[in-house]
Design a protein around this ligand. Structure first.
Ligand SMILES: Nc1nc2c(c(=O)[nH]1)N[C@H]1C(S)=C(S)[C@@H](COP(=O)(O)OP(=O)(O)OC[C@H]3O[C@@H](n4cnc5c(=O)[nH]c(N)nc54)[C@H](O)[C@@H]3O)O[C@H]1N2
Ligand SMILES: Nc1nc2c(c(=O)[nH]1)N[C@H]1C(S)=C(S)[C@@H](COP(=O)(O)OP(=O)(O)OC[C@H]3O[C@@H](n4cnc5c(=O)[nH]c(N)nc54)[C@H](O)[C@@H]3O)O[C@H]1N2
Ligand code: SF4
Ligand SMILES: [Mo]
Length: 882
């Protein structure tokens, strides 16, 4: 058995790999054996096709030596001609700590520029900035147990049920016993909000106002811990005065945040009346033009009540990626130096001596948005992108692509081809999870080992090795000579303890001397881990002060409200985020068929009132646009979205849909302190598209559908191939029905038989390609709104023998008994919506537990329990009769 860690979210669940199959590790303190739908599907991602397995330069296969030699030579030339700041790295919270450490050392200590930034800029940087402002250091004060020991849990801008499912389930299980109250603060009624005692569907961006109002309320009702404030906090009076200006009364807050007064009051009363409060927050807080202020508005309330660092209490920033925390430890953000040190002359000197650096970076480098701007205007002449897909995930993704097209040298390390590798001059094949060794740190500061349990494909190599090899080739042999990741880890741990003297809480001195065997066996361990007597330790920090500021006091921050951007032409606010079964740009989860059935295609959720005003029907095609671009999706009418807001998933890329990622439209407004982009509040407009036809294509191979006319498509992996939904807004041309076009579309060879059935009166056309008695592909065309019966059967037949009867039925569309696409509600046990509804109706089930007992749905990871509840509500007659 090999123990390792899940490569997806920041919960950091432990896995035990038995006979090559990863299952939940019962001994891991994050999950105690539980996994969510994505974690449980990891076994299906191990042998995914299309892996990058050999270095490529200009589209040609080359040796590692050629690729690395070229990179080193070009970096040296560019550095000599244009200075170190003409080179940049853009890396990722999906790096292991060892990858991150080496990349950071190479850039900041040897190339001599601050220009290494990471997708954590898009993810965690407002939390980092908020922590640094309040605590003097980027430290999450609490631990996961606090969620189970709290009496009130507040979720701010966090859809935990879908995005941190195992932690959510831990909290929900404790709630059953403890009666924990839960408040969700999110403009949308998410799966998480469905199960809360109170949902505040606030106007987007109103968080600073809401939390300032809370501070005022706490002061007015004498709930502050004056003694603790006196001893451990500075800036209280100023912060309270600013809060009184920003949010003078409950009535004022309610009006400005568009909430009911009684709901705001209920929230304030709950907070005031409960000592054990944990406030969880993630991207609804961080990804905002006032992200850092939102963080400090929350921290202010916890500091003013001393609800920090004690059991069941504290502000808790949920990390997104598996190693979002580890990246911050090494200093992977352009404005940090290393090991929680910044760009002060003292820190630069200290790190420089430790690294024996020839040329230290003297100042912070470009933050992500600025970095790609500098790539676009030529200030940066070479960029190395690794373990992230900015052509899709950056705001103004279209402009990012343009910038990369203009850049003289683009190097991309990835495990699969992506929209970003498509723009690279040099593509480096990376080993990925399951194939590489190192460590990651989760949301509660727990360091866990990633252990390889299979070999990578072809010549794929770990990222730390690539950076080290380039460093050596640039002439810094000794500084980049580590034989393996254990050596890198020891150096990283030693740097964290170097001249630390308790000034920085982050300290791994106690791990700096572990030998290879101890590194191999390293059990999950929470930092700080100083050498005995050399610093604080413990799962909870700061209960008795001791912050990382010169006077050891925390800072409360006075906060002003920021003016909202006003773009009159675009009346809707585009919010973007995640869905349950997909991971970011879908390079892995998008290739697992059963993860594509919960939500099979890209759609934009909007309130029925906004839809009606624009003549938009449910599932109708819409164009979403603003000054940055235009994207086409299906509409999903949703009463849980506030009128005036719309929500689209960030996941679909050029690989999966014709108009690519929603990131094309997302503005690049950033938080002025953290530089984190506001990915939740772009102004857009939406219009219905008059469809003139609809289609459905099934075939064995992916790629783009070969149809010349303006068309929209979205693609989903199914068991035996691919399923494409098609639609167009120009009439279908006659040529579509010609044999040549059809064979190209179906991707069938000349020896395949092409059979057809058409009913021109109804504008229905069905074609199938049969090869050696097997269904090789089929395509159906119909009028707008057409419901293609038989698609689900056809999916089952694809790639299989097809009898004459089945063939006739398929073409006549008569096999379907009015069947609907299978919507999987429970991914763990593949239980469909239809099955659940049938059981509810026929057996009178009334609780998720009963559904679980009957169908197993919801009994593993539990991420679908909110949806089970919704389905139970949707059968009102029966439930009412109970
Ligand atoms: N299934 C799945 N899980 C994931 C990931 C994934 O790709 N898929 N990615 C991981 C990563 S990297 C991250 S960063 C996390 C993100 O985890 P979350 O932060 O939970 O996810 P998001 O969907 O980005 O956004 C959270 C919520 O913020 C709300 N929001 C928008 N604007 C505002 C606002 O002004 N105020 C408030 N209070 N809320 C607002 C949105 O409506 C949304 O429901 O998830 C991690 N887990
Ligand atoms: N509109 C909008 N945009 C967003 C967000 C949003 O909410 N809305 N959220 C933002 C956030 S919080 C995040 S974290 C980002 C995520 O965005 P990205 O980081 O761009 O998304 P991923 O798909 O996770 O990209 C990771 C890439 O690394 C590859 N990979 C996997 N393992 C390895 C490895 O070991 N080495 C290398 N070299 N490559 C590997 C994968 O194949 C994949 O292509 O998106 C951000 N963008
Ligand atoms: S909650 Fe799911 S995605 Fe997150 S670490 Fe655990 S198994 Fe992986
Ligand atoms: Mo993230």
């Amino acid at each position: 058995m090999t123990r390792t860690t899940c490569p997806y979210c920041g919960v950091g669940c432990g896995l035990a790999v038995v006979d090559g199959v990863p299952v939940g590790d019962v001994a891991h303190p994050a999950n105690f054996g539980r996994l969510c739908s994505k974690g449980a599907a990891l076994k299906d991602t191990l042998s995914l096709p299309d892996r990058l397995n050999v270095p490529m330069m200009g589209g040609r296969e080359v040796s590692w030596d050629q690729a690395l030699g070229t990179i080193a030579a070009e970096f040296m030339r560019i550095r000599a001609e244009h200075g170190p700041d003409a080179i940049a790295f853009y890396v990722s919270g999906q790096f292991l700590t060892e990858d991150y450490y080496v990349a950071n050392k190479l850039m900041k200590g040897f190339i001599g520029s601050g220009n290494i930034d990471t997708n954590s800029r898009l993810c965690m940087s407002s939390s980092v900035a908020g922590h640094v402002r309040a605590f003097g250091e980027d430290v999450v004060p609490g631990c996961y147990d606090d969620l189970e020991e709290a009496d009130l849990v507040i979720q701010v801008g966090s859809n935990m049920a879908w995005c941190h499912p195992v932690l959510y389930q831990r909290m929900m299980a404790a709630r059953e016993k403890r009666g924990t109250k839960v408040v969700t603060i999110d403009p949308r009624r998410t799966a998480t909000a469905e199960t809360a005692d109170l949902h505040l569907a606030l106007a987007p961006g109103a968080d600073v106002m809401l939390w300032s109002g809370l501070l005022v309320y706490l002061a007015n009702h004498n709930v502050l811990d004056r003694e603790w404030i006196l001893r451990h906090v500075s800036g209280f009076e100023e912060a309270l005065e600013a809060a009184r200006n920003a949010a003078p009364s409950i009535a004022f807050v309610a009006a400005a945040a568009d909430l009911r007064m009684e709901d705001v009051r209920a929230f304030y009363e709950m907070f005031a009346g409960t000592e054990r409060v944990v406030t969880l927050y993630s991207q609804g807080v961080n990804q905002s033009s006032s992200g850092t202020d939102k963080v400090n508005a929350i921290l202010n309330c916890h500091l003013a009540t001393a609800r920090i660092g004690r059991p069941g209490m504290g502000p808790f920033s949920l990390t997104g990626q598996p190693n979002a925390m580890g990246g911050r430890e090494v200093g992977g953000l352009a404005n940090q130096l290393a090991a929680h040190m910044g760009f002060t002359p003292k820190d630069i000197d200290r790190v420089g001596r430790f690294w024996q650096s020839p040329q230290m970076a003297a100042k912070p480098g470009f933050k992500a948005v600025d970095l790609f701007e500098a790539v676009g205007d030529g200030r940066v002449k070479a960029v190395w992108i690794a373990a992230t897909n900015p052509a899709d995930s950056m705001p103004r993704a279209g402009q990012v692509r343009e910038a990369l097209k203009k850049c003289p040298l683009v190097i991309v390390a990835d495990a699969w081809p992506t929209d970003t590798t498509a723009l690279a001059h040099i593509v480096l094949p990376a080993t990925s999870w399951a194939e590489k060794d190192g460590t990651v740190t989760n949301s509660e500061r727990c360091i866990s080992r990633q252990r390889a349990f299979r070999a990578g494909p072809g010549q794929a190599r770990p990222d730390w090795w690539m950076f080290a090899e380039v460093g050596r080739r640039m002439g810094w042999d000794k500084a980049f000579a580590w034989p393996g990741p254990a050596d890198v880890f020891r150096e990283h741990a030693a740097l964290s303890a170097f001249e630390n003297n308790g000034a920085r809480v982050f300290n791994l001195g106690g791990l700096a001397d572990i030998d290879d065997a101890a590194y191999d066996d390293l059990p999950p361990v929470q930092w700080p881990v100083p050498k005995p007597g050399m610093g604080v330790t413990g799962p909870r920090l700061f209960a008795r002060g001791g912050f990382s500021t010169p006077d050891k006091r925390a800072r409360m921050v006075p906060l002003q409200l920021r003016a909202e951007e006003d773009v009159a032409a675009f009346s809707l606010t585009l919010n973007t985020g995640r869905i349950r079964d997909q991971w970011h740009t879908m390079t892995r989860t998008g290739r697992v068929p059963h993860l594509m059935t919960h939500i099979p295609g890209p759609s934009i959720a909007l309130h029925p009132r906004d839809a009606a005003a624009r003549g938009i029907a449910d599932k109708g095609l819409v164009r979403i646009e603003n000054e940055h671009g235009s994207v086409v999706m299906r509409a999903a009418l949703d009463e849980g979205v506030r009128p005036g807001d719309v929500f689209a998933p960030m996941h679909w890329t050029d690989q999966f849909t014709s108009s690519g990622p929603i990131g094309r439209l997302v503005h690049s407004v950033t938080d002025p302190i953290s530089g984190q982009p506001d990915l939740k509040g772009t102004k857009v407009r939406i219009a219905a598209i008059a469809e003139s036809w609809r289609g459905h294509l099934l075939r064995l191979t992916g790629g783009e559908p070969e149809l010349s006319e303006a068309l929209w498509w979205s693609k989903a992996q199914i068991n035996s191939g691919f399923s494409f939904e098609l639609a167009g807004w120009h009439p279908l041309q006659q040529e579509v029905h010609s044999e040549g076009v059809l064979r190209r579309l179906l991707r069938i060879s000349a020896d395949a038989e092409l059979v057809s059935y058409s009913d021109p009166r109804k504008a229905m056309f069905r074609y199938a390609g049969i090869l050696h008695g097997q269904l090789a592909a089929c395509i159906f065309f119909g009028p707008p709104g057409a419901d293609f019966t038989g698609v689900e059967q056809a999916k089952n037949l694809l790639g299989k023998d097809i009898s004459p009867m089945e063939r006739i039925a398929l073409l006549a569309g008569s096999t379907g008994r009015g069947e609907k696409p299978v919507k999987t509600i429970c991914s763990c046990f593949a239980v469909s919506e239809e099955k659940i509804l049938t059981a509810i109706r026929s057996e009178g089930l009334t609780t998720p537990a009963q559904i679980g007992a009957r169908l197993k749905a919801g009994t593993n990871c539990g991420s679908c329990i909110p949806e089970l509840k919704k389905l139970l509500h949707s059968v009102p007659a029966l439930n009412a009769a109970e």
